[in-house]
Write a protein that binds this ligand. Structure first.
Ligand code: DX5
Ligand code: ZN
Length: 216
C-alpha cells in the first residue's frame, strides 16, 4: 500500500473553512485529520461538534478523528453520528483501553490508539491485533507547528517489527512536525499515514504541498 496523507484541519483557515475543505477534496490527500482538544488532557482547546458537523457536510474523504480528551468514551456515538470514520484515543487518557477500542469497533468505526512521545510501543502488544491504526505523536500533543522529535524514527521501526511479529493489520500514523524535509525518512522507517498541518496550510500552494508529500 502506498502511504496516505491526512491534512490536519487545526492549521486550516477557520474563517474560510469551506475553501480548505474543497481544497482537500480536490487534492491528492486521503483523509481529513481532526484534532479534538479539551483543555484538560492537553493545554489547549480546539473545536467540537458544530465544526465537525460542518466539515462532514462537505468532506468527501474519511474523517480521521484524533481525540485529545479525558474520558473519550462519552463521545463515540455522537462522533459516529457526525461522520467520524476512524476514532483514535490516547493510551494516556483512558484506563480501560480494551473497552474503549471495543466500543469504537462496535459502532462499525475503525479504532486507533495514540501514543505520546514518551510512551513505549510495547504497551500495545496485548491489544495490537484489535487495532486498525496506531498513531505515534512526534511532538507533544496540543499545538500545530511544533518541532519534530527525532526518536520517532526508531519508534516507527520498533512498532513495525511488533506489527509484523504479531501479524497485526494496524497502520502506523505519524502526527506532528511532518514536513517535506522528513516525510521520506518516515515512510522508509515504516510509516503508513502522515498527518500534515503546517506543512500543508502554511505553504504557498497547499495542493502542491500535498502532492509533494504523496510522492516518494
Ligand atoms: C497536535 C496535533 C496535530 C497537529 C499537527 O497535537 O495532533 O495533528 O495539527 O500539526 P503540524 O503538522 O503543524 O505539526
Ligand atoms: Zn492530531
Amino acid at each position: 500500500m502506498s502511504h496516505l496523507i491526512a491534512p490536519s484541519i487545526l492549521s486550516a483557515d477557520f474563517s474560510n473553512l469551506r475553501n480548505d475543505i474543497d481544497m482537500i477534496n480536490k487534492s491528492e490527500a486521503d483523509w481529513f485529520h481532526l484534532d479534538i482538544m479539551d483543555g484538560v488532557f492537553v493545554p489547549n482547546i480546539s473545536f467540537g461538534f458544530p465544526v465537525i458537523e460542518q466539515i462532514n457536510k462537505y468532506a468527501k474523504k474519511p474523517l480521521d478523528v484524533h481525540l485529545m480528551i479525558v474520558d473519550p468514551d462519552r463521545y463515540f456515538e455522537k462522533l459516529k453520528n457526525t461522520g467520524a470514520d476512524i476514532i483514535s484515543v490516547h493510551y494516556e487518557a483512558v484506563t480501560h483501553l480494551h473497552r474503549s477500542v471495543s466500543a469504537i469497533k462496535s459502532l462499525g468505526l475503525k479504532a486507533g490508539v495514540v501514543l505520546n512521545p514518551h510512551t513505549n510501543i510495547i504497551l500495545l502488544e496485548d491489544i495490537i491485533n484489535e487495532l486498525e491504526l496506531i498513531l505515534l505523536m512526534s511532538v507533544n500533543p496540543g499545538y500545530g507547528g511544533q518541532k519534530f522529535i527525532p526518536n520517532t524514527y526508531s519508534k516507527i521501526s520498533r512498532l513495525k517489527e511488533l506489527i509484523l511479529k504479531k501479524n497485526s493489520k494496524a497502520l502506523i500514523e505519524i502526527d506532528g512536525g511532518v514536513s517535506l524535509g522528513n516525510f521520506k525518512k518516515l515512510i522508509d522507517a515504516g510509516a503508513d499515514v502522515l498527518v500534515a498541518g503546517n506543512a500543508v496550510f502554511r505553504s504557498k500552494n497547499p495542493t502542491d504541498a500535498i502532492s509533494k508529500l504523496k510522492k516518494i
